[in-house]
Ligand binder design. Structure first.
Ligand SMILES: Cc1cc2nc3c(=O)[nH]c(=O)nc-3n(C[C@H](O)[C@H](O)[C@H](O)COP(=O)(O)OP(=O)(O)OC[C@H]3O[C@@H](n4cnc5c(N)ncnc54)[C@H](O)[C@@H]3O)c2cc1C
Length: 411
């Protein structure tokens, strides 16, 4: 089968414009943007922070550089997943990149859910505003009381009472739920009892973040960082009443939706990981050429040539695997693409962690300080080995796909 990892002529210029805007407009604002966090209330945007972010968004939107993630859709640019990989890689080079072009997680996954499974009322109330970048959203699946990598464990109760569902329980690691602009949650809940088939016991329901009974308990910290004002929140639901029409697709269809939601989201993270590794290697190389020790540029010392070469080779391997997984998605068979997505979901963060680690080392102490974006990038890549499924779960998928070639037995 012909495998095409290329890009249509018409999209090359578009990609060049995105790359230029990231280099010339977004990256230069990064340090000032992050320095604003914590001036006053950490969970609100300072005027300057909002000005920077909204200014960049407005500039991207005015230039028509917006919502690239709408792959294979008439509404967007009609990019294939393979083509989108190159855009996501560019956006991954800076923490602000994805949001500036309205391509950030978890919104893109949530928007896909609204687009595919939402009612016209949901599209009007939530999707339209998300597409415009006016509000943000969160995806609430993981729970503190259960091993959530096995989503059949999800236990939040959701009971029909008249025209409402009533939700009780706790969720944590709800990324983005700390953001004052986060107005809506998509929540995985348990609706079926043990009599129902294992993958028909769960549902997804849309919850207005302002519904009474929702209480944000705390931000989860990653290595001591709260990631304000985005945040990964621990949230309690106490008798939260949600209109019955907010149920997506119908009771028991949560896994059907999760399958559609998580595939693209996972691969988008991996594409951005490749971009982060590229950005880190660039910093590594520059630093190794600029600074001298023992009478030589750092690059001439020890095994530094090898470190650079290894990083380049590992990035290229991961990028090719990412493109292959993207190409598999473009073939339209989600089941066949799934083990490829799992492969890159393990490989990309692991590769990025290694490259970023070497880049930090080349910078000396500054490498793990606030003076470079490397520590933040490493922290996020480490977290990504859990988010959207830990490595072990993805390795299991890869192994099962492999074994299915050799046995008909259920494994
Ligand atoms: C920064 C960050 C952001 C996140 N954002 C979100 C979000 O927005 N929404 C959301 O719902 N969740 C989010 N998560 C949660 C994330 O998806 C979960 O942490 C992940 O799914 C694992 O679930 P768990 O933490 O309950 O770990 P567990 O399920 O308890 O798993 C713990 C460990 O058990 C082992 N294990 C599990 N299964 C297997 C297996 N099959 N084979 C071998 N070993 C296994 C692995 O070592 C695994 O790491 C986020 C997490 C982080 C760190």
């Amino acid at each position: 089968m012909d495998m095409n990892f290329g890009m249509a002529e018409k999209n090359r210029d578009l990609l060049g414009r995105v790359a230029a805007m990231i280099r010339d407009d977004v990256m230069p604002m990064e340090a000032e943007y992050h320095a604003e966090i914590g001036k006053g209330d950490r969970w609100q945007y300072t005027d300057r922070q909002a000005e920077i972010l909204e200014g960049l968004k407005a500039k991207a939107k005015a230039a028509g550089l917006w919502n690239f993630w709408l792959t294979d859709s008439e509404k967007g640019f009609g990019l294939t997943t393979v083509e989108y990989a190159y855009f996501a890689e560019e956006m991954g080079k800076t923490p602000l990149g994805a949001e500036v072009f309205n391509c950030s997680a978890p919104d893109t996954g949530n928007m896909e859910v609204f687009e595919r499974y939402g009612t016209s009322a949901m599209k009007e109330q939530w999707l339209a505003r998300l597409l415009e970048g006016e509000i943000r959203s969160a995806y609430l699946m993981t729970e503190p009381e259960v091993a959530s990598s096995d989503a059949t464990n999800i236990a939040m109760s959701c009971v029909r009472q008249g025209n409402d569902y009533v939700l009780n329980g706790e969720k944590y690691w709800a990324s983005g739920a700390g953001d004052p602009r986060c107005k809506v949650y998509i929540v995985m809940v348990r609706t079926g009892d043990d009599a129902a088939a294992k993958h028909k016991r769960h549902s997804m329901i849309v919850v207005d973040a302002a519904t009474p009974g929702i209480e944000i308990l705390r931000p989860m910290k990653v290595f001591g960082h709260d990631d304000a004002p985005h945040g990964h929140m621990h949230i309690r639901f106490s008798d939260v009443r949600v209109p019955a029409e907010n149920m997506l697709l119908g009771e028991g269809r949560g896994f059907e939706i999760a399958q559609g939601r998580l595939g693209p989201g996972r691969i988008h993270h991996c594409m951005r990981s490749v971009g982060q590794a590229e950005a880190a290697l660039e910093l590594l190389c520059r630093r190794s050429l600029q600074k001298e020790a023992f009478g030589k540029p750092l690059v001439q010392l020890g095994a530094n040539f090898d470190i650079i070469a290894e990083a380049r080779m590992e990035i290229e391997q991961a990028r090719l695997l990412c493109l292959k997984a993207a190409w598999m998605m473009d073939q339209g068979d989600a089941r066949a693409a799934a083990p490829w997505i799992s492969q890159i979901k393990v490989v990309a963060p692991r590769m990025a962690l290694k490259v970023i680690d070497e880049a930090m080392q080349m910078h000396g102490g500054q490498g793990i300080s606030q003076d470079t974006p490397l520590a933040m990038a490493w922290t996020w890549q480490r977290a990504l080995r859990f988010a959207d499924g830990p490595d072990a779960v993805h390795r299991r998928q890869v192994a099962r796909a492999e074994l299915r070639k050799h046995t008909q037995e259920k494994i």
